[in-house]
Ligand binder design. Sequence first.
Ligand code: GAP
Length: 597
Amino acid sequence: MAERNTGELMEKIVSLCKRKGFIFQSSEMYGGLNGFWDYGPLGAELKRNIKETWWRSMTQLRDDVVGLEASIIMHPRIWEASGHTSTFSDLMVDCLLTKKRFRADQVEPQSGLAYGYTGAKNDVKESKDVFSVLLPPGKPPESARKVATQFYRERGIENPVLLGEQTEKVENSQRYNPENGSLLTEPRPFNLMLKTYVGPVESAENISYLRPETAQAIFVQFKNVMEVSRQKVPFGICQIGKAFRNEINPRNFTFRSREFEQMELEFFIRPDEAIEAICGKVAKPATTGHPGEPQANWGWQMWHQYWVEERFAYYESIGLPRHTLVEYWQKGDELAHYARATVDILYKFPFSKRNEAGELTGEELEGVAARSDFDLSQHQRFSGKQTIVFDEELKGAWPKLDDGKKAELSLRFFEARQKYLLKTGEQPEKSSKQAREDADNLSKGYYVPHVIEPSAGVDRLALALLCNAYTEDQAPDEKGKLESRVVMRFHPRIAPVKVAVFPLLKNKPELVKKAKEVRDILCPHLSVDYDEAGAIGRRYRRQDEAGTPFGVTIDFDTLGENGEALKDTVTLRERDTMKQERVKVVDLLNALLGKMR
Ligand code: GAP
């Protein structure tokens, strides 16, 4: 479809989301609240299915990952340890005229002629505030003067005389508001954490934050969870939950919101030095693709590759084809302060930027980060409580190493720990002493685990699935005439409603009774929509727009009016192929479950 990737397509998707009850603007009756969204009946089911498939694949189907559900508000020191208090900020700029705020990196670059003023005055007052206005080529200077006049008037100078007008050619500048040409403020950092107060007094010591990610709760409960679940490194803890960020410019529908849900796994692994001591050698990726079943000799790079591939496989299993996704390796200067390597999994949203070849480049659905031992080390330093683990195998293996190997591994471990400590601002002497202790501990079987973190957003995935499912095609109506239809081609695993049950006619009590019986058979196992209103073709169209993969019709054959052979059979229709088959009512549930796997 030619328009698949245009703004028009996005508009159609947004409008369908509202019309069908996938997503509504939050607080709509009061004019809405930017960056917040509510999920209607179909959207709520879609999100539940996303979370259930993720949870199932990440923990229930694995014996090396367990779950956690932590509180949203946590001790404020956690955010100091994680670095969020000091570094979790975006650069923002404000329009000097309207005060509208932008993320500095998202201002569209502008070119033209900038009209600068050193100030303005009238008979009673003078302003020395410097101001300038950028005009696109061809616009008359009066436009700039009009904007500047407004600027100085807002500073209390009625009928201002503009002072020191000068012009300057400007190319690709992000210093001007694209909406009115006004100069923007200098970029300033803006912390994205949403603040609140815990307790009855709004004082500095009661400040807390709504968590900006679910990950930190996992790190601070790591020891408790490990103990109660009797897990040993390597193992993981996963969590699904709300996160909050006071985004400067929420945009692209739900893509960048201020309240959203994350699905995060923190997978704890041995440091490479421990693996080398135990296994003799650390396995590193030799080829691309899935590396297969985890092995004891895997270092962090193998585990990283493993989780990247597992995550791609998950997306494919819920209906996002590989060609709609992009594997993006973050460059050195893009990496977070804690990351050794991060692969972003991007989805080619209709609003994604295009490259020179005109292809969509994609936007982030998930990041798979190798976070080293940064997080647990930080919480150890800030809380004063140990996050090290004891590794029986390492303790047993170390004495068997020759002296050269012991020295080599100790030195490497010492250097890595020292580097981390220096980076956090510890004094060189203290860093060396601590790193020496850490290296000694390694030889006794103790270390702070390293982490691989696949971190995905539920809302972004829901949006990707909505975009991916949206299709327009032609289908015959009751009289066989082709009409256009919108079909949401969700994979049956994540479709909000799995099956719709229709009596052929609503004014035939026997049909209605039988259809309700069929609905009651399916309901305990699947999400079912019973619909008796309107012509059958209309009912199919309604379900196509909801993305229901299967439709079941109860007709006169079902009642046995056309012979015993068809009695107690129903028509099962598939949304995508529109193929229909007759299925016995007793076989229906299994037939549907089989198609859903
Ligand atoms: N613990 C690591 C972490 O939080 P992140 O890349 O900042 O990493 C992870 O966030 C995922 O959370 C993103 O890939 C995205 O899917 C989702 N996410 C982040 N900010 C979001 C926002 N403002 N709105 C919607 N989803 C967001």
